[in-house]
Write a protein that binds this ligand. Structure first.
Ligand code: NDP
Length: 278
């Protein structure tokens, strides 16, 4: 078991960039009492051993953890106290040990996305097209709605999943929400967010070029050294502001760091540094 006080737990985990990001955040506050003893490591949990791994980590002095694939839903079920955004997401990506020894479960993915989008455009009053209805899409809906967009349209390959998410969120918001199929996406949007994993397989989405035309920002949650297929599609359709998901990754980490330490790190230099490492 690691001696670290904070970890990212997943399987696989070797590829995770979270230790680099959190070390860079902690370095910004060197000497501050809130980061005294802050040591962040990777923790590989067996596929059938997430709960035991978390218990061992706590017994060894662990104070907080990030949770990644494939354990976010299991962490949601394990946690007794959930933040509102974790409840809405149906998944937990951040755990914080409470004084009574129980875990608080939070989800910082949506806040990370929103903070990154806000570096480029305002969301208030904007028409959003969100592509995808998996875990990442579900996790960002509540934080996006909190920014008071004019509308949110959700399109997904499996239409029923988009419909189910809209039915889940619409009763609690006056903002008009709509589910639709990719081929049926029409109308004008200011912000398009790709929360599908289509880019991972090098695939483009069957969205008409005309849908991209008036868009102020195209955002792909996937990131990498090369331009993603979705952002190439947006560029060819004439969208000038195109952003990948590296800032979301650093942003969700910044939110977790804040939860654990009460400190708000400066994201921009860490994002630039991470970009240079890709
Ligand atoms: P899920 O597996 O939960 O959902 C995948 C989604 O992608 C579903 O809506 C699925 O549609 C859709 N999809 C998959 N393949 C295709 C395809 N070929 N064409 C069209 N739609 C497709 O994944 P997540 O929601 O967890 O993750 C989605 C993406 O977001 C990933 O690329 C992930 O890396 C990224 N991500 C980035 C983060 C960051 O910090 N930057 C954080 C979290 C996620 P269907 O329902 O029809 O199967």
């Amino acid at each position: 078991m690691t001696q670290a006080t904070y970890v990212v737990i997943g399987n696989p985990i070797a590829h995770s960039k979270s230790p680099l990001i959190h070390a860079a955040f902690a370095a910004q506050f060197a000497g501050h009492p809130a980061v005294a003893g802050f040591l962040y490591d990777k923790l590989l949990a067996p596929m059938d051993g997430f709960v035991a791994c978390v218990a061992q980590f706590a017994a060894a002095g662990g104070r907080g953890a990030n949770v990644t694939v494939p354990f976010k839903e299991e962490a949601f079920r394990l946690t007794e106290t959930l933040s509102e955004r974790a409840q809405a997401a149906g998944a937990v990506n951040t755990l914080q040990l409470q004084s009574d020894g129980s875990w608080l479960g939070d989800n910082t993915d949506g806040a990370g996305l929103v903070a990154d989008v806000l570096r480029h455009i305002d969301i208030q009053g904007k028409r959003i097209l969100l592509l995808g209805a998996g875990g990442a899409a579900r996790g960002v809906i509540l934080p996006l709605l909190a920014q008071e967009p004019a509308s949110l349209t959700l399109a997904n390959r499996t239409f029923g999943k988009a419909q189910a998410l809209i039915a889940h969120f619409q009763p609690n918001t006056p903002i008009p929400l709509q589910a639709c199929e990719f081929a049926a996406v029409a109308g004008q949007f200011d912000l398009i967010i790709n929360a599908t994993s289509a880019s991972l397989g090098g695939e483009r989405l069957p969205i008409a070029d005309s849908v991209f035309a008036p868009v102020a920002l195209a955002y792909d949650m996937m990131y990498g050294k090369a331009e993603t297929p979705f952002l190439a599609q947006a560029r060819e359709a004439g969208v000038t502001q195109r952003v990948d998901g590296l800032g979301m990754l650093v942003g969700q980490a910044a939110e977790a760091f804040h939860l654990w330490t009460g400190l708000r790190p400066d994201v921009a230099p860490v994002l630039d540094w991470m970009r240079a490492q890709l």
